[in-house]
Design a protein around this ligand. Structure first.
Ligand code: NAD
Length: 478
């Protein structure tokens, strides 16, 4: 279904994110027919170039980062015809009158801030003073949204000076993933799960986001940030909210976000013994974290595992274990809802230690599997075995799977449609920082040193112990 016509300005339109994700994604939406004929995309960045130069830059980006759509030369030519470019200085006045002159009336105006957060306030202000943004306009802002509560409050205030909350779309691309929305469909679209979704039946929940890559070229940024700020405060927190929130009265932006906010506010303060920080070591000629960030004394964590509780009626006593890290054994992200043991078994020789586990995979192979107990096939008597009921979306969707948009594509189309459900509200972001700030301040105050761990593993030994102490274990990263 095509969206209404738009002029989408991408500040930072020549940057890595724009070339890697945003423009290739928009090309896929263009090919699917979702972009109206006259919709336009306007790159705006510091580099001096004209429309033709920008089209070439994006053609190269599609070639480098695109999927099979790049074979569609005719489609690409038409898409490139929708692109324009304006050299602009976010901190000065250069380029703004030209941008103002280019914007059309009567279409949606959206502005993607694909630049560092230090420019958010400047961009918001200049969009206003040059009368480029109107009441219907939307702005999209990238992570990181601050580095602590105070800076997030300042960013919110800078944006709020010129835009209403209903106009601000804070991106967390995890929310754009197919599985994440499916999590809500599974919870609230089936009679099977919601009655069990509480402390009576759930033993614990674990959320893992594991990467195999190190910090790569982002070392100087990452070393100022670390896994808590870069991953937990935003992505893992958002997943935690969706898994734990109360059913919203309706699937609409503010009702969903109200419920997520209540989860964050109910999180118990983290205690130091509930958190394990790690840093990857050198191995097999590959550099260590400290080599990668060129800071031999860095105390920043590239891995974190933590245990937390949600202090409300539904989740009383149910631990939530979260972990994320770089240079781990495999690239995998999943949420696992681990149900309680059976309690009593009627089958002779059986231990009653059968567990249902609902695993929601974000990558690879987006999908879900539900571990159920069945009779072991064959003549061996009533012996029980745990097997997964697997639903990989790509299989379920069959040949239509190419139609499934990736996170960025979906979120940008939501911006044009004016749907904020999958975007973080200002108060959510602030509440998440309010939860992470004290623990980070504690590490900084006592110069807490992360444990080292070998690359290609499950992370530091202490992270295993965090669960073992409770008689539980992490699902293997593989
Ligand atoms: P980048 O350094 O590759 O690109 C920055 C862009 O901003 C360039 O187009 C540059 O011309 C423009 N720019 C810088 N200063 C400017 C100024 N004064 N006026 C006008 N334009 C200016 O950065 P990136 O990797 O594309 O990241 C952009 C934002 O997205 C950052 O906030 C980053 O944290 C965030 N982000 C990036 C990724 C990624 O994969 N690259 C992922 C998530 C979030």
């Amino acid at each position: 279904i095509p969206v209404d016509s738009f002029d989408l300005v991408i500040f930072g339109g020549t940057g890595d994110l724009a070339r890697r994700k945003i423009l290739p994604g928009l090309f896929r939406r263009f090919r699917s027919g979702q972009m109206p004929e006259d919709a336009r995309i306007i790159g705006a960045a510091r580099a001096e170039m004209d429309d033709e130069g920008y089209r070439q830059l994006i053609a190269d980006a599609v070639e480098e980062f695109g999927g099979e759509e790049k074979a569609d030369a005719e489609g690409l030519k038409q898409f490139l015809g929708r692109l324009h470019y304006v050299p602009i200085d976010a901190k000065g006045d250069g380029g703004w009158p030209e941008l103002a002159a280019l914007m059309r009336d009567g279409v949606i105006r959206a502005f993607y801030f694909s630049v560092g957060p230090s420019l958010f306030g400047d961009l918001a202000e200049r969009l206003h003073t040059h009368s480029i943004a109107d009441e219907q306009s939307r702005i999209v802002v990238e992570k990181p949204f601050g580095r602590d509560l105070a800076s997030a409050q300042q960013l919110n205030a800078d944006l709020a000076a010129h835009f209403g909350e209903h106009q601000i779309y804070r991106i967390d691309h995890y929310l754009g993933k197919e599985t994440v929305q499916n999590l809500m469909a599974v919870r609230f679209g089936n009679v099977l799960f919601e009655p069990l979704w509480n402390s009576h039946y759930v033993d614990h929940i674990q959320i893992t986001v594991a990467e195999t890559v190190g910090v790569g070229g982002r070392g100087s940024y990452y070393d100022q940030s670390g896994a808590m700020r870069d991953m937990v405060q935003n992505h893992l927190m958002q997943l935690l909210c969706l898994i734990a929130m109360e059913p919203p009265a309706q699937y609409d932006a503010d009702r969903v976000r109200d419920e997520k906010l209540k989860v964050i506010r109910a999180l118990q303060p983290l205690q130091p013994h509930q958190v394990v920080r790690g840093q990857y070591d050198a191995a097999g000629g590959d550099p260590s974290y400290r080599d990668d960030v060129e800071n031999p004394r860095s105390h920043t964590e590239s891995f974190i595992a933590l245990k937390t509780h949600i202090a409300n009626w539904r989740w009383a006593g149910v631990p939530f274990y979260l972990r994320t890290g770089k240079r781990l054994k495999a690239r995998t992200s999943e949420i696992a809802v681990v149900f309680k043991d059976l309690g009593h078994t009627i089958f002779e020789g059986d231990t009653a230690r059968h567990r249902n586990i609902l695993a929601i995979r974000l990558q690879p192979n987006e999908g879900m599997d539900l571990q159920v107990t069945i009779k072991e096939p064959g003549p061996g008597g009533m012996r029980l075995v745990d097997v997964p009921l697997d639903m990989t979306f790509a299989d379920a969707l069959g040949p239509d799977q190419e139609q499934v948009p990736d996170a960025y594509e979906r979120l940008i189309m939501d911006v044009i449609r004016g749907n904020q459900t999958l975007f973080m509200r200002g108060d959510e972001v602030e509440a998440a920082w309010a939860w992470t700030d004290p623990i980070i301040a504690g590490w900084e105050a006592r110069h807490d040193v992360p444990k080292t761990y070998d690359p290609d593993t499950q992370g530091p030994e202490d992270a295993m112990m965090l669960m073992h102490r409770d008689g539980r274990r992490w699902r293997e990263i593989r």
